[in-house]
Write a protein that binds this ligand. Structure first.
Ligand SMILES: Nc1nc2c(ncn2[C@@H]2O[C@H](COP(=O)(O)OP(=O)(O)OP(=O)(O)O)[C@@H](O)[C@H]2O)c(=O)[nH]1
Ligand SMILES: [Mg+2]
Length: 333
């Protein structure tokens, strides 16, 4: 059985192995994605972002608990339907993107500990992924890891990232739903505005609502939303207060997710296309640079172009046009 077959069968060890290949940017990961891709597109992708320490992992842990027990409730609507008759509860995959170096391990351990309540649950797969240094690498590897979980039959895939950089914003923006977590008393409003994460939120969560200033923060976010005129039928992001440590407000969050999912059913395809386009553009750019560096330029030549730009001997537009021309005139690999 190939690794792809084992992933498709839902084998947790194969899922872990596949994600490691992706994380290491092993060439085999491309073949893996090729093999599983036609089996993806079913999972509901939830992106959770926010500043470091906002309580994202604690919140995700609570969210997973509710999703995993949802079928026991006799409520009207169920946003996350289980994939097969054999599993009564929706299965979940969680990817926590570790903002720190893969070698410090601190945040990895933290995420593991805070999601420990699902350790014995076979329907939940939790994994931390380390940030890679280069542009777009994180978005690609996270996207590929989500594909693995999707192919493995997870009904819901949650991606947790620290909302600090464009990369993280890009990951969350292309999820089926984006949840932005803020915390009172940290000047988050300003930070969030800077990082451009206000615009990507489908739902705002003010976590640590047990702290002073929660209502003020809710009011600040509301005031910000009020600057935008919502057309009738347009989704206005709700602001949900939670205390992730006790679970307070998490049921309301699930209800908001449910509402968004029902509301955005027709726009989901647009979002998925955007996700696909983003990945395609990123992949082509990366392939192009790889080709350029491996087959067109001599060793160190790119660095010397960078030097010349720094020394103002050439402008970046001319340099880029020159590199593009040279690459196009060389045989592709
Ligand atoms: N008082 C209070 N503390 C909370 C709440 N939610 C989480 N915490 C605590 O905040 C700390 C950080 O929680 P995490 O869930 O690890 O936060 P995170 O956003 O995942 O952190 P990173 O992934 O490292 O960015 C932990 O000590 C939690 O127990 C809350 O609602 N109220
Ligand atoms: Mg975390």
């Amino acid at each position: 059985m190939t690794l792809a077959d084992r992933v498709l069968a839902g084998d947790p060890r194969a899922i872990a192995r596949a994600i490691s290949l992706i994380e290491d940017e092993d060439p085999a990961s491309g073949d893996l994605v090729r093999a599983i891709f036609s089996h993806t597109g079913r999972a509901y992708l939830i992106g959770v972002t926010g500043p470091p320490g906002a309580g994202k992992s604690t919140l995700v842990d609570r969210l997973v608990t509710i999703i995993r027990t949802q079928s026991t409730q006799s409520t009207q609507s169920q946003p996350f339907s289980a994939s097969s008759a054999s599993s009564a509860f929706p299965t979940v995959g969680v990817i926590a993107v570790d903002p720190t170096s893969p070698f410090t391990g601190g945040a990895v351990l933290g995420d593991r500990l805070r999601m420990q309540s699902h350790a014995a649950d076979e329907g939940v797969f939790i994994r931390s992924m380390a940030t890679r240094g280069h542009l777009g690498g994180l978005a690609r590897s996270t996207g590929d890891a989500a594909l693995v979980l999707d192919a493995a039959g997870k009904d819901v895939v949650v991606i947790e990232t620290v909302g600090v950089g464009q990369d993280e914003v890009d990951i969350i923006r292309t999820a089926d739903i984006s949840i932005v977590t803020l915390v009172p008393g940290t000047g988050d409003e300003v930070q969030a505005l800077k990082a451009g994460i206000m615009e990507i939120a489908d739902i705002f969560v003010v976590n640590k609502a047990d702290r002073e200033g929660a209502d003020r923060l809710v009011a600040a976010v509301d005031a910000n939303l009020a600057l935008h005129t919502y057309q009738s039928g347009e989704w206005r992001p709700p602001v949900v207060k939670t205390v992730a440590t006790t679970g307070a407000g998490v049921a309301e969050l699930v209800a908001a997710i449910e509402q968004f999912r029902a509301h955005a059913a027709d726009t989901q395809m647009t979002r998925r296309k955007t996700r696909g386009e983003y990945r395609l553009r990123e992949l082509v750019s990366q392939r192009f640079m790889d080709h350029l560096e491996r087959h067109v330029l001599k060793t160190g030549e790119l660095a010397s172009v960078v030097e010349r730009i720094a020394a103002r001997e050439v402008d970046p537009y001319t340099a880029a046009a020159d590199l593009l021309g040279r690459a196009l005139n060389s045989p592709t690999s």
